[in-house]
Design a protein. Structure first.
Length: 816
């Protein structure tokens, strides 16, 4: 879909932003290993190493006006005119502007008065260096004498302290300059063994390191003093706010161009002595990086390495199907977003400050579901890291800091769904890889130093926790909340300064969650399957028993007549019932009960999803519940604190829509599934002025029909929607399902699709799968051949030996 603001360039896997004043900043991410950067279409954003809170390299101001201010800026001075290729911060009108957001890179081209400047920002794989390849071209008819000024503002690493503790920070800033290299060395003298380097591969004509000198005490970045005056001052920062800026003077004849690079590097000193002489940083690591990038071809080689890294990653899954949006999202943007959410969980975006949340327990476990096929080894490590933040009683730290891997309770604990997601992620990992050795990894419990219980023990502890925390309807207790952080049935908060997730007492509470019951059914079934695969029939039977008991409780106590209840509150009153005044039907329990296998033999699954369709489905996606809460209900918590139609109060919370999509896939309605899939798919949107967020990645939330601004998206990028929409499309609709015994082929497509094909890497082998649908059905495999030989059933067994396996599937039968 192309709009006044941009278009997809599918062959290049890029989104092309064609004007800088997008309805909101449109963001991309740089980096794939340890060094990460946020980069908007006007070059805004910041850079950090591993942890946006604890190791922030460049500064960013939250909640700013304008919204996106601060970033990787290059000022171009041409005569008396000063402009930026990315438009900001000067906002000098450009003759031409284009921003291409690609996989791990952003390229911005701006031109004015015959001068074209192209900036390419990226982090090469395996490196802690952010490169800004800079090309300046004289496209006009006269010689040009240009002065360029680069600009970054350094952060003092611990971002919260940096943003709040000025009585200290204004006195500690330190830098050194050597040639074209600015070294930011604040706190290096004492406890840090790392510094930030901002350098230029080309000779420079001057530099600045003091913000007061470069910008001016009374100026904004749009009127920074030095670029407008035309000459760097050679300032050395002593305290206050260190920055890095280079002055580059260029003379370009008509038609001439010059290419060089700036780069920002995070350097750990390691074994190297800290100082070469008292008070002077030993710069050998920094000099070596500069030498390396000064080699001809080094920058282009690094960019080529990035591109082939991504090509390799995305070759794990590629589809060719009749739906252009689904194809584009699956092949590029959705998998890309899965990798970013895997790396960053919910920590750093334009809606997550990087100082609030780290790696979420439930979030990261879900992220693995959409990521595990991309880099299974990384998923393995993440599962073990997450499990290591579980407590011996089965509860979990709700988040941990990526730098330290230590869990903390800053944003609460006792969310009684958390532990169950670990079962789902682990089973998904074993199904994907066949690697059962992960189950025997000694992980231990975080509150029991020296304990070495293995991962399988953690899974059992998770199941046992839920079973020992059931309420009076034999449904799981909810704790501070379940997946819906805002359904706080034990909070009863009347104090505006407390957090809904930490306030209130869960001890002895009666409140139960039907959504957790559905999730438990899925987890139990998954773990039973794993035990069967391991040959532990008795354990599998034990879990089947637990499953049956939970299912019986759901069917006996949680059916409201036309849908499943959402919960029982602390007084034992149903939540999400037709008897309620507001909030009569909720999406999460319909999705999870159906996915858990409830309502199968009795028609309730279909009835529940039809109720969702009648009451919650809209053109922009499915509402979280209806009717919206119009007043604050202390017995329900934060959900009723939001204005109607926003966030958890009857917004379209895209993440949970996918559970209904998958539910329809289970029931076999591929037309409904794809229609719903498309309703929240960002690339289908033409109403960009309403939607506002990026067209290439999912947003957490789209305002619902009760909102003043229905259809408006917020909180893009870091959302579980990424993983779950990929699972919906890849497994639910296209039906390529990893199982312990191989790849099950179980499509649920629109009847109108005549054929499609998928290339899927699975356990090191590439499967070329073609599905044809001669009878125009949604589901049901009639025949399946592997390398031409018929297979009984619809599971492709893991190949032994071959690199590529050809699978032909014909629909029109009843194998599912
Ligand atoms: C946010 C949280 C997630 C939660 C969801 C619903 O996206 O990161 O953990 O499940 O909100 O409240
Ligand atoms: C808020 C948000 C919710 C998020 C939670 C995290 O309550 O509405 O989406 O998960 O904060 O603490």
């Amino acid at each position: 879909m192309s709009t006044p603001y941009g278009r997809f360039d599918d062959p290049r896997r890029e989104y092309v932003v064609t004007r800088p004043d997008t309805p909101l900043p449109w963001l991309n991410y740089l980096g794939q290993d340890d060094l990460f950067g946020l980069c908007t279409n006007t070059a805004g954003g910041y850079t950090f190493w591993r942890d946006a809170k604890l190791r922030r390299l460049t500064r960013y101001r939250y909640n700013n006006a304008p919204y996106d201010l601060g970033g990787r800026y290059l000022y171009v001075r041409d005569g008396e005119t000063v402009w930026n290729p990315g438009w900001k911060p000067t906002k000098t009108p450009l003759d031409r502007y284009e921003c291409r957001h690609g996989l791990g890179y952003t390229q911005i081209v701006g031109s004015k008065d015959g001068v074209e400047v192209e900036l390419l920002f990226f982090v090469p794989p395996g490196e802690n260096v952010e490169v800004w390849r800079t090309t300046v071209r004289n496209r006009g008819g006269r010689p040009k004498d240009l002065t360029l000024f680069s600009f970054v503002e350094f952060c003092f690493y611990e971002a919260l302290n940096d943003m709040s503790n000025f009585q200290r920070t204004y006195s500690i800033g330190e830098v050194e300059v050597e040639g074209s290299a600015v070294y930011h060395t604040t706190e290096f003298r004492e406890r840090r063994d790392h510094y930030t380097l901002f350098a230029c591969t080309r000779e420079i004509a001057g530099f600045d390191t003091s913000r007061d000198a470069f910008v001016g005490v009374h100026n904004g970045l749009h009127e920074a003093g030095v670029p407008f005056a035309g000459a760097a001052t050679g300032s050395i920062a002593h305290g206050w706010n260190p920055i890095g800026s280079h002055q580059v003077d260029l003379h370009l004849e008509p038609g001439a161009s010059e290419t060089f690079a700036f780069f920002l590097a995070y350097v750990e000193q390691g074994e190297q002595p800290k100082f070469e002489r008292p008070g002077v940083l030993d710069k050998s690591h920094g000099r070596a990086i500069l030498e390396r990038y000064r080699e001809p071809g080094a920058v282009d080689g690094a960019f080529a390495a990035l591109q082939s890294w991504w090509a390799g990653i995305l070759s794990a899954f590629e589809v060719d199907c009749p739906d252009e949006d689904a194809q584009r999202m699956a092949n590029t943007w959705n998998q890309y977003q899965c990798l970013v959410t895997f790396n960053l969980s919910r920590s750093a975006s334009f809606y997550e400050s990087g100082i609030g949340r780290g790696m979420g327990f439930r979030d990261s476990n879900q992220d693995i579901l959409g990521f595990v096929h991309l880099v299974p080894e990384r998923a393995r490590q993440r599962i073990l890291d997450l499990a290591a933040t579980q407590l011996a009683d089965g509860t979990c730290y709700h988040q941990y800091q990526p730098l330290t891997k230590q869990g903390n309770a800053d944003i609460g604990g006792d969310f009684y769904d958390d532990h169950l997601w670990l079962v789902l992620s682990t089973c998904a990992y074993v199904k994907e890889t066949g690697d059962t050795s992960i189950l025997r990894e000694p992980v231990g419990y975080t509150d029991t130093p020296g304990s070495g219980e293995d991962l399988l023990h953690h899974l059992e502890t998770s199941i046992a926790y839920t079973l020992s925390h059931l309420g009076e309807h034999d449904l799981p207790l909810i704790g501070h909340a379940d997946w819906n952080d805002c359904l706080n049935l034990n909070c009863f908060s009347t104090e505006p300064n407390e957090s809904f997730q930490t306030a209130g007492d869960v001890e002895g509470s009666r409140a139960e969650s039907v959504m957790i019951a559905g999730l438990f059914l899925s987890a139990c079934r998954d773990l039973a399957g794993l035990y069967r695969h391991l040959g532990s029939g008795a354990d599998a039977d034990r879990l089947d028993g637990a499953y049956d008991d939970m299912l019986a409780a759901v069917e006996e106590h949680a059916w409201d007549g036309a849908w499943y209840l959402r919960a029982f509150d602390a007084a034992g009153t149903p939540v999400g019932s037709s008897a309620c005044e507001e909030g009569q039907i909720f999406i999460e329990s319909q999705g999870w009960c159906v996915l858990g296998g409830a309502g199968r033999g009795n028609g309730r699954a279909r009835r529940a999803l039809e109720s969702v369709h009648e009451r919650l489905a809209t053109e922009h996606g499915i509402l979280l519940h209806q009717p919206a809460f119009t007043r604050y209900h202390p017995e329900l918590g934060e959900i009723t604190s939001y204005p109607p139609g926003y966030k958890e109060n009857a917004g379209i919370f895209c993440h949970n829509n996918t559970w209904v999509h998958l539910g329809w896939c289970l029931l076999g309605d591929g037309d409904r599934a794809l229609e719903y899939y498309r309703s929240i798919c960002p690339s289908t949107r033409s109403d960009v002025e309403t939607y506002r967020a990026e067209p290439y990645v999912y947003a957490q939330m789209i305002a619902g029909r009760d909102a003043a601004t229905p259809g408006e998206a917020k909180n893009s990028w870091l959302t579980g929607t990424a993983a779950w929409t990929f699972v919906t499309l890849a497994q639910g609709i296209l039906g390529i399902k990893p199982e312990y015994a191989g790849l099950r082929i179980d499509p649920c497509i629109p009847k109108g699709w005549r054929s499609y094909s998928v290339t899927r890497r699975f356990r090191g082998v590439t499967y070329e799968i073609t599905v044809s649908n001669p009878d125009g059905v949604c589901t049901g495999v009639r025949s399946l051949t592997v390398d031409g030989a018929p297979v009984v059933g619809n599971v492709v067994p893991p190949s032994e030996g071959d690199d590529t396996v050809v699978v032909d599937v014909v629909l029109g039968g009843d194998l599912r």
